[in-house]
Every structure is written in C-alpha cells, then in structure tokens.
Design a binder for this molecule. Structure first.
Ligand SMILES: O=C(NC/C=C/[C@H]1O[C@@H](n2ccc(=O)cc2)[C@H](O)[C@@H]1O)c1cc([N+](=O)[O-])cc(O)c1O
Ligand SMILES: [Mg+2]
Length: 214
C-alpha cells in the first residue's frame, strides 16, 4: 500500500539531511513541506518564534504535547542546555515510530523522551514517571480541543509554577477559541499573541505565549 506522509517526510530526511545535524534535519523538512508535500509541522516562520521563546526561558524541564514527526521536538531540543530533557507526548504509534527515527537521525535522542499515549492519561503520571515537580516550559501543538482541558489538568496536577511558560500553536488556524478565551481572561495567566502565518502558507496563524502567575 501507498506510504504515509510521515514516512515520505522521514525518507526525505534520511536521503537529504546530514546525520547528527539538527539544523539540516529542520531545513530538509521545511524544504519538503514547502516544495513537495505540506505537513502540519510548526514550520520555519512560527519556528523562529518558538526558538526565541525557548532561548529566553532556557527551561530545565520542558513538555511538548503532540510530537507528530518530531520537527518541533528537534527544534526545541537543539536549544536546550546540557542535562535538560524534553518530554514529548504522542498518541499515534505510527507517528511516534517516524518521530523516533527523525529524532535519532538528528542526534538529539539523549535530550528527548518520547512517550506514547494520550495527554489526558500521561500528564497525571509525569511526577511518578519522571520525577518531574513542575514544567518551566510547555509547547501545545496536539488536538486543538485538548489544549484547554490539558492546561487545566496541568494546574490540577500542580505541574505549573509561578513563571511557567505555555506556548500554543494554531490559536488562529485551525484555532483554539476556548483555550484563548481562558488564558486571556483568567487572572492566573498573563497572555501575549505572536502574529505569524500557518506553516508554509500565507494564511494568518499565530502562537499564544502565556505565563502562569501561580
Ligand atoms: O490539527 C493539527 N494538529 C493536531 C496534531 C496532533 C498531533 O498530536 C498527537 N497527539 C498527542 C497526544 C494526544 O493526547 C493527542 C494527540 C496526534 O497523534 C498528532 O500527532 C494542526 C492542523 C493544522 N492545519 O492547518 O490544519 C496546522 C497545525 O499546525 C496543526 O498542529
Ligand atoms: Mg500546529
């Protein structure tokens, strides 16, 4: 049967990127998605905003919701200080299998822990699985109707501390209206919108950066 889009994206990385070079893996995926097949990676334009927030936060503990093929996983992990780990949650085993290979190709496997399962099930297990007390940084890029329930779950599980940074993709397109309303109106968050474009297109999209105030 025909290969899947993630498999074709992986093949492009294995064919064109330099093994052990995260930047070349990132550039190869962006080129593939711009010139061969669009895919729902955060992309180069929003990716630059993601990079600047990760560098500003320089997190000791980081969580990504929605690995997909591992593009933003590699983007984030390549900027993490030594000794820090990015935990990334992926629901779909086929996507997880591709992401593991892309992460390994980039050489960043020691900085990344990919866990397969649903965020709603795994978030309450972060303390027991990883000894995590709180997350300094959370990147939300999974199912758009899970953003709001999952940050409420992070609050309930006391996985956020005063100053924790949440960065959410796609708040305009496809859109996460309930999440936006919550973080922009809750007294527990200070929120800011970074206007950009939907990956590889001219359509408006953006990232919402929210600081948990405790
Ligand atoms: O739908 C989008 N993203 C949904 C992503 C979902 C990913 O999160 C995982 N997950 C991991 C853990 C879970 O608990 C649930 C799902 C899923 O298995 C999938 O790998 C999207 C769509 C567009 N678009 O233009 O249409 C653009 C984007 O940038 C997007 O991110
Ligand atoms: Mg996205």
């Amino acid at each position: 049967t025909r290969s899947t889009r993630p498999q074709r994206l992986l093949r492009a990385v294995q064919k064109k990127a330099i093994k052990g070079d995260p930047q070349s893996v990132i550039s190869t995926i962006d080129y593939f998605c711009r010139h061969s097949e669009w895919a729902m990676n955060v992309g180069d334009e929003k990716g630059a905003i993601l990079d600047s927030v990760v560098c500003e936060v320089s997190p000791s503990t980081a969580l990504e919701l929605g690995t997909y093929c591992g593009y933003s996983t590699v983007r984030i992990a390549r900027l993490l200080p030594p000794g820090t780990k990015l935990i990334t949650l992926e629901f779909n085993p086929d996507y997880a299998a591709v992401a593991r290979q892309i992460i390994e190709y980039s050489g960043l496997q020691d900085k990344i822990c990919l866990v397969e399962g649903a965020s709603g099930d795994l978030i309450p297990k972060m303390q027991e699985l990883f000894g995590i007390k709180t997350f300094d940084f959370v990147f939300l890029d999974h199912w758009k109707d899970r953003y709001l329930p999952d940050i409420k779950l992070l609050e309930e599980c006391q996985l956020l501390r005063k100053g924790s940074i949440l960065l959410a993709d796609n708040v305009i397109c496809p859109g996460t209206p309930d999440y936006l309303e919550y973080v922009r109106n809750s007294p527990r968050y200070e929120s800011k919108y970074f206007k950009s474009h939907l990956e590889y297109t001219k359509v408006e999209d953006g990232l919402e950066k929210s600081v948990f105030l405790g």
